[in-house]
Design a protein around this ligand. Structure first.
Ligand code: NDP
Length: 323
């Protein structure tokens, strides 16, 4: 038997149930893995609440984990029983064991713990593609990062600093401002009410070439108004709710702006992209350039408590669920 957190309907944290499910058999191209640690991500809230449509019900939510390969199905060549592995997607992570397409797994080096592996795959590969591909950050740039003390945020602050950029981190409290600064943010703004004016002051009127906005509805306009001409709005999350439809004429009027709504799934859909993205992440983590900060852990069975903490903005850095 396997234990899993499943939902039978969308709703608040209370819809998550800790249930017995039969241990699945790995099919062709699949591996069965035993989770040692499971990552908590904001996307788990979207699948639970219904903002993202559940592919089926009941549904084991969760997009990230690290553990050991127990068995493999026919045709699997990249992993074998006993291997230490980690992944970000597909859904099914909140479980003690799961099957997964083996080509979604990457090897977890011995030097990286299961807890770090489970914390870093989704948030860290997101930071990689945002900083290296969505907009390729250049030394000397000043860039805007929302939720700078969060999971993706703390990784972006450290990595962007390493790339030679100055991060303007946006956070909600003085404590989070200190944390973002300690992790490399050059400037911090508390709240987004006067954000464009603050960005103007900090950049001496130049504004920023890229706004990385994971907050969504509440901050979209402030992020757009913080951009320099030809700037890029990377709207990559909706922690405050989805962004309403956008009038594209506004992008012209505000300086021939670019707008993208990127997702990790697209950036790692090809195995070669997954390998490159994961390898770059493993490299900066192994060298200590990016320190993955697991600031909260919860038993997997108590995932509801973790969701309550995440949604009420009580967490900082990454959160891991322990099976
Ligand atoms: P975080 O740890 O960043 O937690 C979310 C943070 O958002 C909060 O701590 C809070 O920081 C901020 N926030 C602002 N407004 C609200 C609100 N109304 N309710 C709750 N939180 C709010 O989460 P993750 O690191 O897991 O994810 C960060 C974001 O990145 C999410 O939006 C997620 O969906 C997105 N994401 C997107 C990916 C993609 O490929 N597109 C992949 C991975 C993540 P504060 O209190 O400082 O404002």
């Amino acid at each position: 038997m396997t234990k899993a957190i499943r939902i039978h309907q969308n709703g608040g944290p209370e819809v998550m149930q800790w249930e017995d499910v039969p241990t699945p058999e790995p099919g062709t191209g699949e591996a069965l893995i035993k989770h040692e640690a499971v990552g908590l991500n904001y996307i788990d809230v979207y699948f639970r609440s219904g903002l993202y449509k559940a592919p089926h019900m009941p549904l084991t939510i969760g997009m990230e984990g690290a553990g050991t390969v127990v068995a493999v199905g026919p045709g699997v060549v990249n992993v074998k029983p006993g291997d230490r592995v980690a992944y970000a997607g597909p859904i099914g992570g909140y479980s003690t064991q799961r099957t997964i397409a083996a080509d979604r797994l990457v090897a977890l080096p011995d030097a990286i713990t299961f807890t770090t592996g489970a914390a870093m795959m989704l948030q860290g590969m997101t930071a990689q593609y945002l900083l290296r591909r969505t907009h390729r950050v250049q030394p000397g740039e000043t860039i805007l990062v929302h939720a700078a003390a969060g999971g993706v945020g703390l990784i972006m602050c450290q990595w962007a600093k390493h790339l030679g950029a100055a991060v303007i981190g946006v956070v909600s409290t003085a404590e989070k401002a200190e944390l973002a600064k300690a992790n490399g943010a050059a400037h911090v703004v508390i709240g987004h009410e006067n954000l464009p004016a603050e960005v103007k002051r900090i950049t001496g009127g130049a504004m920023v070439p890229v706004s990385y906005d994971s907050v969504g509805k509440d901050t979209f306009n402030a992020s757009i108004d913080s951009l320099a001409p030809l700037g890029l709005m990377a709207s990559y999350g909706s922690a405050s709710g989805p962004v309403p439809p956008v009038d594209i004429a506004m992008l012209g009027a505000k300086g021939s702006l670019f707008l993208t709504r990127p997702s990790l799934a697209t950036y790692t859909a090809k195995r070669s992209d997954l390998e490159t993205t994961a390898a770059e992440l493993m490299d900066v983590v192994s060298k200590g350039i990016v320190k993955i900060q697991v600031n909260q852990t919860f038993p997997l069975a108590e995932a509801a408590k973790a969701h309550i903490a995440l949604e009420s903005r009580k967490t900082t850095g990454s959160t891991v669920l322990i099976p």
